[in-house]
Structure formats: C-alpha cells, structure tokens
Design a protein around this ligand. Structure first.
Ligand code: AMP
Ligand code: ZN
Length: 119
C-alpha cells in the first residue's frame, strides 16, 4: 500500500534502521524508543491490524514469534526479559495501520498494564 509508512519502509522507499530481514518479515528500530531496545517486527504482507489475519497466515504469525526470539537473543534480552506489545485500533493506541510487534526491553518494565495497573 503506497500510503502505508511500513510498506514504504519494506519497499525501501522510506528509511529505517533495519536489524533483520527475510522474505516474509522485516524488523527495524523504533524511531521513538521507549526503552534501550525497542524494535518493530513487521510482516512484509500488509495487514491493517491483527484483526486482518486469517487461518492462512498462521505460519507467518508463528514465524514473527521466532524472529522475536532470535532478536531477543541478539539484543541481549533473553536473560533479562522483555515485553512484546501489539496495539490494535484506536483505544489500543495503534498509530500505524500495518500489523507490527513491538519488542521492548533493556530496562525494568514495572508498569504492567496487562495486570490491570495503570489503566
Ligand atoms: P503503534 O502505535 O503500535 O502503531 O506503533 C507505531 C510505532 O511506529 C511507534 O512506536 C512509532 O514510534 C514508530 N514509528 C513511526 N514512524 C517510524 C519510522 N519512520 N521508523 C521507525 N519507527 C517508526
Ligand atoms: Zn503496510
């Protein structure tokens, strides 16, 4: 999609600090990091959000997790721990409408919204 920022990064029409690429997945540094490590792991195929994936995408979605695992190792996060975030839709705070995983780590992330604190 020509008006999609992440599609433009994937097609090398926009710049990004790319840390991983394969035929289906790309990962790059978040331009506005919230922690020492903040990567975005992105399928090359455009999905508006996690709501757009189907049964046929299960293998790709599984592979996104394997790339998380690999990058967590390369960025020294496997021992320390880290967080994966997928924002979806307006109330989920999704700003870029191309499905992506945030991989965040390198400092303690005490604010645990998934346990109901800070909501
Ligand atoms: P989300 O709010 O989940 O849609 O996340 C979008 C993320 O993309 C934000 O954390 C932004 O900082 C990040 N972002 C926006 N533009 C760029 C860019 N050109 N390169 C890298 N990251 C970006
Ligand atoms: Zn896109």
């Amino acid at each position: 999609m020509s008006d999609c920022l992440f599609c433009n990064i994937i097609e090398k029409k926009a710049d990004a600090d790319i840390v991983y690429e394969d035929e289906d997945i790309i990962a790059f540094k978040d331009i506005n990091p919230v922690a020492p490590v903040h990567l975005l792991i992105v399928p090359r195929k455009h999905f508006d959000s996690i709501l757009s994936i189907g049964e046929e995408d299960a293998y790709l979605v599984g592979r996104l997790h394997l790339v998380v695992n690999k990058l967590a190792g390369e960025f020294g996060l496997q021992e320390r721990g880290f967080r994966i975030v997928i924002n979806c839709g307006e109330e989920g705070g999704q700003a870029v409408l191309h499905l992506h995983f945030h991989l965040i780590g390198g400092k303690p992330l005490y604010h645990n919204i998934a346990k109901g604190r800070g909501v």
